[in-house]
Design a binder for this molecule. Structure first.
Ligand code: ADP
Ligand code: MG
Length: 744
């Protein structure tokens, strides 16, 4: 597993702590080399793994009805052996009949499904749940019962086992109680991204394994890292108890309590890590104090060509409040595409400049950095504020001049991409950093940035609103400002999912808009350049460049009167600028592009966004693309073609067509794709949860977060002896991920 698990028990520092936990499963009764291999595929290697292999469901099998008590109309659980299995044709349908028996008698079960025969073929003992009905021929039978195979007659893997019939009596792992159901599907996806098939182990076998571990009381060796004070306050069960009850609960209520405790623990650990990070940042006391007096305020606002909206003004006020303090700001500025975040950032940077310090603005791409430079140049025309842009492909002389300007303090606001993070970039007095579209930056880059100045104030901006549940976790150390209204004078954007037969209509619109002097984007999904060496058939060789070129050719055939050019990721920075400049200057009607224009490109006369193969874009990306049009008073059109093959992609595109609310979109995106893919697991820095589910467990998260923050605030370095175990765990599972310098 790539990421350390948050659940108790997993992790190197625990290795060798207890023999009962670290015993390899292959030495357990009933496990030979074959089964050991199958268990390994489920990441089950030791007893500890087994204890933390939590069920995905439970079945209530408290009462098992003996076959001699079968009465019509009863819903029953039956444990029986298959004596005979027949497949018949009956009224044109395939009917499967099983003769089953237990210690008390015999009975019949029947299904109209040919697949049942296949599954029951080699079955000896099984568990049946269903209803007793009267048949047309006058007898009684179990009609279409669900079944679970308990043992097989001849199963490759089974041969090496203790081939006993599942034990009867009150102490059985399979019935007479609420029983667990485990996922047999390995978690890791295959290299081609598909789900691996289920492992050929049966539920009964896994239950017996877990049962034995619990009987041997291995769980009592699990160390409980949550402080006793927290457990008491929330009345949470102790860890060994929770583990046992989650597998084999005495009642469903107990199961829920156990699950709650385990989810709470994961969320508490993460929150404690975030709280510690926040403490660390807060302890760096050296931030510049940049108060906003009425004179400075007036001067700054006079710079902007428009009045700030109420929402912008509120955000600016919150930022200015932070900047006035010696504690470094750590704030997230959220707001939908086009709501005017840049203006707020500029006002904030001017505050730094007004105090004789420097600010830096980081953009995810060169194109955006260039655009920010232009925006700032326009806003600051005629002022003495000096801007500097660090271009990736700058000549040695240009680079030197830029670096010199930063070091002498001559440059007030530096703009650039990741290149601004490099080692030889030094500032005279860097007081503030603005990170635009922060989802393109990982946690580690944020750390690197922080190391640049003497604890600079940091403002991160994102147009991908972070769902509340996520922002409470990973971004939980950030203060948040929200711009929740668009500037006045925004026209609507009509979003429409087009069928292939609508294509002529779409092209007509492109012509009409071009005649009116407006501009259009046509966007294709980015296709990874695959090489023949990678083992693909020669015919599948395809590249981003070729895709864009092919699309231009096609468009030119249909739209000979339009001026059409390309913008793609393989173009050099200045080529991209040239294309955008042409579009801006009205020398181009259509720009054919890949996602490079997704973030932030701001062109007032752009009115059409036409997206091809929209099913290949994430919801947030689509929303970003749509945000490129309708940025002035001109009515925008967002048209897309898509082949939605899955239910998920259909749902996603429907949501996109139906709403323009960025927060609603983010929540949906998060719900549909899950936290892992929302930002990309690697970038999100989110650990993998075993039990917790950020969507389902919002309330638990809120509690765990409140508790963890209170604990860390009372013991900021977790130095108290009763917090030692917690400190070690947090450091071990989250230290690197959260950039915790030194927890101890
Ligand atoms: P964001 O970065 O949030 O996507 P921008 O800061 O790029 O949005 O602003 C989008 C557009 O709205 C820009 O053209 C900007 O000049 C304009 N704008 C921003 N704030 C205002 C305002 N208060 N009144 C009028 N226009 C505004
Ligand atoms: Mg922007």
């Amino acid at each position: 597993m790539l990421t350390p698990r948050l659940s108790s028990g997993a992790g190197p520092h625990k290795a060798g702590t207890d023999e009962r936990l670290d015993r390899p499963l292959q030495f357990m009764k009933g496990v030979g080399p074959k089964r050991a291999e199958l268990l390994d595929r489920l990441m089950l290697r030791t007893v500890r793994d087994l204890l933390f292999f939590f069920p995905i469901d439970h079945k209530d099998r408290k009462t098992v009805t003996p076959l001699k008590h079968m009465r019509p109309g009863l819903a029953v659980n039956v444990r029986a052996r298959i004596l005979d299995l027949k497949t018949k044709s009956f009224a044109g349908r395939t009917r499967v009949e099983a003769k089953i028996a237990d210690e008390t008698g015999e009975f019949r079960a029947g299904w109209y499904s040919p697949f049942v025969a296949e599954r029951l073929e080699q079955t000896e003992w099984a568990f049946f749940s269903g209803k007793v009905v009267k048949t047309k021929r006058g007898g009684y039978e179990l009609s279409h019962p669900d079944f679970e195979i308990l043992s097989r007659r001849s199963d490759e893997a089974e041969k090496e086992s203790d081939d006993e019939a599942p034990a009867a009596g009150p102490a059985s792992p399979d019935f007479g109680r609420i029983v667990p159901v485990y996922s047999l599907r390995p978690k890791q996806r295959r290299p081609d991204g598909t789900e691996p098939p289920e492992v050929k182990l049966n539920q009964s076998f896994l239950r017996r394994m877990v049962w034995r571990a619990l009987e041997e009381n291995a769980q009592s060796a699990l160390p409980d890292d949550l402080p006793a004070s927290v457990l008491d306050a929330r009345e949470l069960p102790a860890l060994p108890d929770a583990v046992r009850q989650f597998h084999f609960p005495d009642a469903l209520g107990q199961r829920d309590r156990a699950r709650h405790r385990l989810a709470y623990e994961e969320l508490f650990l993460l929150s404690a890590g975030v709280a510690l990070r926040r403490e660390q940042i807060g302890q760096q006391q050296a931030a510049w104090k940049l108060p906003l007096g009425p004179t400075i305020r007036k001067r700054i606002l006079a710079r902007l060509p428009f009045e700030l909206t109420e929402a912008q003004d509120r955000a600016f006020g919150e930022i200015a409040g932070d900047l006035a303090r010696a504690r470094p700001m750590n704030r997230l500025l959220q707001g939908d595409v086009g709501c005017g975040k840049t203006a707020v950032a500029v006002a904030s940077m001017l505050l730094a400049v007004a105090h004789g310090t420097q600010a830096a603005m980081l953009a995810p791409t060169e194109v955006l950095a260039e655009q920010h430079l232009r925006t700032l140049e326009k806003l600051l025309e005629g002022s003495k504020v000096k801007l500097g842009l660090l271009r990736g492909g700058a000549s040695a002389a240009d680079r030197k001049a830029f670096l010199g300007g930063l070091e002498s303090g001559e440059i007030h606001i530096a703009i650039g991409t990741h290149a601004l993070l490099e080692g030889d970039v030094r500032f005279k007095a860097l007081a503030m950093i603005v990170v635009d579209e922060q989802h393109k930056f990982g946690v580690e880059q944020r750390q690197a940035l922080r190391a640049k100045g003497t604890s600079p104030h940091v403002l991160v901006m994102t147009a991908t609103p972070i769902p509340r549940s996520l922002s409470l976790t990973l971004y939980g150390d950030l203060d948040v400002s929200v711009i929740d209204a668009l500037p006045p004078g925004r026209a609507e954007v009509l979003t429409k999912w087009l069928k292939e037969s609508d294509r002529p209509k779409a092209y007509k619109l492109l012509i009409k808009e071009a005649r009116a002097g407006h501009a259009a984007y046509v966007v294709l999904p980015r296709i990874e350049e695959r090489s023949i060496e990678n083992g693909d058939a020669p015919g599948t060789f395809w590249s981003e460049v070729k895709g864009v070129e092919a699309e231009i050719k096609r468009l030119k055939e249909h739209l000979p009167s339009l001026r059409i050019e390309a913008l793609h990721g393989r173009m050099k920075g200045e080529e991209k600028d040239r294309a955008l400049a042409k579009l801006r200057g009205g020398h181009l009607d259509v720009l054919v592009s890949t996602q490079v224009i997704e973030v932030g490109v701001d062109l007032p006369q752009a009115t059409v966004m036409l997206i091809e193969n929209a099913e290949r874009f994430g919801l947030s990306s689509l929303h970003q693309l749509r945000g490129r049009v309708g940025r002035s008073g001109l009515k925008g059109h967002c048209l897309f073609f898509a082949e939605a093959n899955t239910k998920e992609s259909k749902e996603r595109l429907k949501v996109f067509e139906g709403t323009r609310d960025g927060f609603a979109i983010a929540e949906e995106d998060f719900r549909l794709r899950g936290p892992g893919q929302f930002f990309g697991t690697e970038q999100s820095g989110l650990p993998e949860f075993q039990v917790a589910d950020l969507l389902q467990d919002r309330e638990i998260l809120a509690e765990a977060r409140a508790d963890a923050f209170a604990l860390v605030s009372a013991d900021p370095r977790l130095a108290k002896p009763e917090h030692a175990a917690l400190r070690a765990r947090v450091k071990q599972v989250l230290g690197k991920r959260l950039g915790l310098v030194d927890v101890g």
